[in-house]
Design a protein around this ligand. Sequence first.
Ligand code: SME
Length: 162
Amino acid sequence: MSGTTFSGAEICQQLDRLVASGASLDELLSEAVDLLHEAHTRFHWTGIYELFPDDMLRLGPFVGSPTDHVFISVGQGVCGSAVAEKCDKNVPDVSKEPNYLACSSATKSELVVLIRKGDAIFAQIDIDSHDLDAFDSESQREVRRVAEWLAEAYDARGSGAR
Ligand code: SME
């Protein structure tokens, strides 16, 4: 991938400042989505899906066009597969992914990074791009830093998945 990268550490520092000012988890999730979305010109839709105890992902804060996929069952689509398989997903060409739920016809590639602590999965960061193969290992690593920070925030809240 060409172009500038961004710093997950800087996003985490901004989230640290918000925590210090008493922000709620929901406020932290919204800020993380806003900052990630602004962090890279190839990020065209950025959102968080939260995992609920009935094995359903529910759309939380997002930036980009509204999506029909507000609820996604574990195992369904790229998002639900990431939870079922307990691993992040980088789909360089969504047209070649049989288990893909289309959000926008403009989307060409998608990245899903789990917000997890060990086996406990709290949520996920989902990013769509209008470019093919938009997510290189560096950008994945930076998104993962933010996901790890958010996992600590969920863990600190102490109630596991929503
Ligand atoms: N493409 C996702 C659905 C969510 S939208 O991209 C916002 C999937 O296949 O699970």
